[in-house]
Design a protein around this ligand. Structure first.
Ligand code: 26Q
Length: 806
């Protein structure tokens, strides 16, 4: 469209050292209003960030021009979470200005250390969203990510006397130079109120309205000119919300009450990575995201396609990152039926053809449901629409399965007992064209168990798209030395855009000189992390959850400690634990406390110092992960089989040459298939065996009584060994292990220890270990998020790339 022809040379920003230094100074003077002499570290950081950002902004303008010209089918990724990681180093890499910046900035390291990670997510799901955006841009696919601009991201974790303490993460306190606010592009979002009939149409009159103010951050592709965006909504009170009358009467707090209430919607990320039942504010956040984003999507569509609704689903595909944004389905129906006056059937066809739903769990307790009463109060018209969708859907089910009342009850969008609740996953499946799990085993189990009835009704709707991670951040940036070695072995850095090329490293697993270089790099990475360079670095880094079984790793650690105390001399190892626990999840917060108590005992015992150390760095986040993965020798992926949807840390670690010890869970299955059974330490029950044992009368005490080492380790938790003699300190952990052991930790203990003995045997043969390490990297190219995006594009999205003109 001609109005988007820039008509000027957008490449005015040069890339000589002089150009770069001049732009840096210009930002320092004109944006920060300071001088070189008086610049603070923050001034210098901000000026550098803007200098780099401007180079991306120029590519962004050309991308937008190419997109307008092509008028392509778009992908909109809706996610309540994005864990983008630090921006500076990535954007320097993607603009090719790293060397220029190091030259131009007086104290580069201090300056770069000002960069703050926007922690707008909890864990895997949020980081996956960021990896997918990176790959979409890298593959020149037209996409926008929509999310929430929380003022406070995932809390910062401190350890106080070994226990987790949460501090707020005011991540943008010093400003965020990567962000472009667009207050003029705001949307109005309604809540509460009532629904009336006007001329035979339903009309929702909200009782409260809030503004959604967008800002965007740039999402550059690597090795291409495409720069996409992620658009984040922030809640603002409508103008005039400040109550001057109350203020005049001295009621200062009441005067701002409406402003505070509105702006609270995007105040804080819910720090729970499974469930946090029934908080109305969380539902408000979800609707806020959905309502703002859909109006934005429709505005963009109408502007490009003259509002021809028959074209909508052909030009638009919307992917729901779990059920968090699933209200988009009734919201699009409401917009089409109530506001644009389409008939129901046509609106439903459009809606259904537009959405895809990605499920990230197998745990039934993690499937979102909301009380009918909460939805009725907050979103009365949406509840009516959900009921109408349900009525039509259940009619279809009864036609297919006449008289199967139990099935109808299971599939209904409404759960009746013990209270009436809306099942968001059912709504997502019914309203979507495609449903996918995030690893092969996960997708299979979804179809066989969690979503079985739906898979029977619509088998063609169910897909698998195995997760992936971006090699740019998690190999190139995190592990520059290894990346250089890989590039020199392969003869180019093309692997960064085609990770299957890592296969070319296979012959080097048998090359002595290469193996020596590989070990040297691992050693240097351990020194950078601050762990002993010649110890086996054994890492379990992920959110704390009982099903992930950090406690199993700890029981092994205690056993190692006891063996050393008894005179054994195992291969030296550092056990690294890192991760956050949801603030209200007491069972795992006790585990964190116990790990640190064990660490204190182990690390202060000179008799074990030559063999064992326990390291628990606080505040695991993307930035810390980037330091840990390159230093790891052994990757612990030890969840109870059938519980972890995929895992993505497992992929980051394998790509950095860590060998996995793991169960047949999530993507571990595919990692093992690819790297080969010889290069993976397998242990434990499989998903079917675990399900059988759990449904029989499993008695953890039997395992405890029969295994001397297990009993000794468990007893040490209860006898005060790690608590200065206090036998009560970890009573909760002990009782839950011996009485319930929900995640079969004791059942898998011996098998796990046997696998660890195998680990040790191989580790003592450094050449054999290094060969396995190299083969893990060489054979993990499949786990690039570029491949994930290729799979989504082929099986679900049907997108075409749009190349940006140079
Ligand atoms: C829901 C309702 C209320 C409050 C919070 C939540 C909530 C928030 C975050 C529920 C779940 C999450 C995040 C889940 C998550 O990270 N799942 C992980 O997704 C990864 C990417 O697919 C997988 O690799 C992991 O296996 C899966 O656990």
């Amino acid at each position: 469209s001609p109005r988007h022809d820039p008509g000027v040379d957008l490449r005015a920003l040069g890339n000589t050292p002089q150009d770069f230094a001049r732009d840096l100074l210009s930002n320092l003077y004109y944006e920060r209003g300071t001088t070189v002499e008086s610049a603070s570290a923050q001034d210098m950081y901000d000026s550098l960030a803007r200098t780099v950002r401007d180079r991306l902004a120029e590519r962004r303008a050309r991308t937008a021009a190419a997109h307008y010209q092509a008028n392509p089918r778009w992908l909109y990724y809706l996610s309540a979470e994005y864990m983008l990681g630090r921006q500076l180093e990535q954007n320097l890499l993607y603009t090719g200005t790293t060397d220029l910046a190091r030259e131009a900035v007086p104290d580069f390291d201090t300056t770069a250390a000002q960069d703050v990670e926007p922690g707008l997510g909890n864990g895997g799901l949020g980081r996956l969203a960021a990896c997918l955006l990176d790959s979409l841009a890298t593959m020149d696919l037209p996409a926008v990510g929509y999310g929430i601009r929380y003022d406070l991201g995932i809390f910062k974790q401190d350890l106080d006397a070994g226990g987790q303490v949460e501090r707020p993460d005011d991540w943008a306190f010093q400003g965020n130079p990567w962000e472009f606010p667009a207050p003029d592009d705001n949307q109005v979002v309604g809540f509460y109120g009532k629904v009336t009939s006007v001329d035979g149409r339903r009309e929702w009159e909200p009782a409260e309205t809030v503004l959604g103010e967008p800002s965007h951050m740039l999402v550059p592709g690597y090795g291409t000119d495409t720069v996409n965006i992620v658009r984040l909504w922030r809640a603002r009170a409508a103008q005039g919300s400040f109550d001057l009358t109350r203020f005049a009467h001295g009621q200062y707090a009441e005067a701002v009450a409406d402003v505070v209430r509105s702006e609270n919607i995007s105040k804080v990320l819910y720090p729970d990575d499974s469930t946090d039942l029934g908080r109305e504010l969380r539902l408000k956040q979800q609707y806020f995201l959905v309502s703002c984003s859909l109006r934005d999507i429709i505005r963009r569509f109408s502007f490009r396609n003259d509002g021809n609704w028959d074209e909508f689903a052909a030009k638009t595909t919307i992917q729901l990152n779990d059920t968090h944004p699933v209200l988009a389905i009734p919201e699009l129906m409401r917009l089409l039926v109530d506001e644009y006056e389409l008939d129901w059937d046509r609106a439903w066809r459009i809606t259904h053809d537009t959405f895809g739903y990605t499920c990230h769990t197998l745990l039934p307790e993690a499937l979102e449901t909301w009380p009918v009463a909460t939805i009725e109060n907050l979103l009365p018209r949406h509840l009516e629409i959900i009921y109408e969708i349900n009525a039509r859907f259940l009619a279809e089910v009864s036609e297919r399965f006449p008289g199967d009342v139990a099935r109808i009850q299971r599939m209904s969008l409404v759960q009746e007992e013990p209270e009436r609740r809306i099942r968001m996953a059912n709504l997502a499946v019914v309203g979507s064209r495609a449903v996918n799990g995030v690893a092969a085993l996960h997708s299979q189990l979804l179809a066989e168990t969690t979503l079985r009835d739906f898979a029977e009704l619509w088998p063609g709707r169910f897909h698998n798209v195995t997760n992936g991670v971006t090699p740019r951040r998690f190999v190139k940036i995190a592990n520059p030395a290894l990346s250089d070695l890989i590039s020199s072995a392969l003869g180019s850095d093309a692997w960064l855009r085609d990770l299957s090329l890592l296969q070319g490293l296979e012959p080097f697993a048998a090359d002595d000189a290469f193996r020596a270089r590989w070990r040297e790099i691992k050693r240097a990475n351990k020194l950078t992390l601050g762990v002993a360079p010649d110890f086996l670095t054994d890492v379990i880094v992920k959110r704390f959850h009982e099903y992930k079984r950090q406690l199993l790793k700890l029981l092994h650690t205690i056993t190692l400690y006891q063996r050393i105390r008894a005179g054994e001399t195992p291969a030296p190892r550092t056990v690294v634990f890192a991760g956050k626990a949801a603030p209200g999840y007491w069972a795992v917060k006790d585990v964190i406390r116990l790990i640190n108590a064990v660490a204190a005992t182990v690390n202060n015992d000179p008799a074990v110092a030559p063999y064992l150390k326990v390291f628990f760095p606080a505040n695991y986040n993307v930035t810390l992960g980037q330091r840990i993965y390159p230093a790891a020798d052994l990757s612990e992926q030890i969840s109870l089989a059938g519980k972890e949807a995929s895992g993505t840390g497992n992929m980051k670690l394998a790509l950095n040459g860590a060998v996995t010890i793991g169960t047949l869970d999530g993507a571990n299955v595919e990692i093992r298939d690819r790297v080969g059974a010889d290069n993976f330490f397998l242990f434990g029950l499989d998903a079917a065996e675990a399900a059988t044992l759990r449904s029989s009368d499993y008695r953890p005490r039997d395992y405890y009584e029969r295994d001397d080492e297990l009993r000794a380790a468990v007893d040490a938790i209860g006898d005060g060994t790690f608590a200065g003699g206090d036998r009560q300190a970890f009573g909760g952990v002990l009782a839950s292990l011996l009485d319930r052991d929900e995640y079969l930790t004791l059942a898998d203990f011996r098998s796990y220890l046997d696998a660890q003995a195998e680990v040790e045997k191989v580790w003592l043969d450094a050449e054999a270990w290094t060969a396995k390490s190299i083969l893990n990297t060489a054979r993990s190219g499949y786990f690039s998020s570029d491949r994930t995006i290729a799979d989504y594009t082929r099986t679900i999205w049907g997108l075409d790339p749009v190349r940006v003109n140079p």
